[in-house]
Design a binder for this molecule. Structure first.
Ligand code: ADP
Ligand code: MG
Length: 139
């Protein structure tokens, strides 16, 4: 099934100027970038986007990091894109991520882990709508 997922190239990657390298890995794995923009999140936006993690010990640090520099938000499209992109990203903690994944290759730590990807069809729908109107997504 052709799906769409929401990807974020996080501040640790934009600040190291490796967004092109991350995009190259995404495209090499057959995921198509059908929408993309560079933005800077406010704390309120970051808190709302990551609302499922509100109250967890790492939440304040997560908001701090996600607002520390611009991010690239993108919609990826492809066969089983949600699950496929999670595989391309690798585990949340780069120390245990598989070889060849984005996080194994580029992440600095569990909190500066280079990319975000939606974890379910419901999250993908909410997260895509959070950043993009239907008109901004290439068919
Ligand atoms: P993922 O991004 O792989 O879906 P989660 O949804 O569990 O992971 O967490 C969201 C983000 O919060 C992670 O990508 C990471 O930036 C941060 N995070 C998660 N767990 C921790 C932790 N134990 N310590 C610090 N930051 C964390
Ligand atoms: Mg998650």
């Amino acid at each position: 099934m052709i799906e769409r997922t929401l990807s974020i190239i996080k501040p640790d990657a934009t600040s190291r100027a490796i967004t092109g390298k991350v995009n190259a890995m995404i495209e090499e794995k057959g995921l198509k970038i059908v929408a993309q923009k560079l933005i800077r999140l406010t704390a309120v936006q970051a808190e709302e986007f990551y609302q499922e993690h509100m109250g967890k010990p790492f939440f304040p640090n997560l908001v701090e990091i996600m607002t520390s520099a611009p991010i690239v938000v993108q919609v990826l499209q492809g066969e089983n894109a949600i699950t496929e992109y999670r595989k391309v990203m690798g585990a949340t903690n780069p120390a245990v991520a598989e070889e060849g994944t984005i996080r194994k290759t580029f992440a600095l730590s569990i909190d500066k882990n280079t990319v975000h990807g939606s974890d379910s069809p419901e999250s993908a729908k909410r997260e895509i709508a959070f950043f993009f109107s239907e008109l901004e997504i290439y068919e």
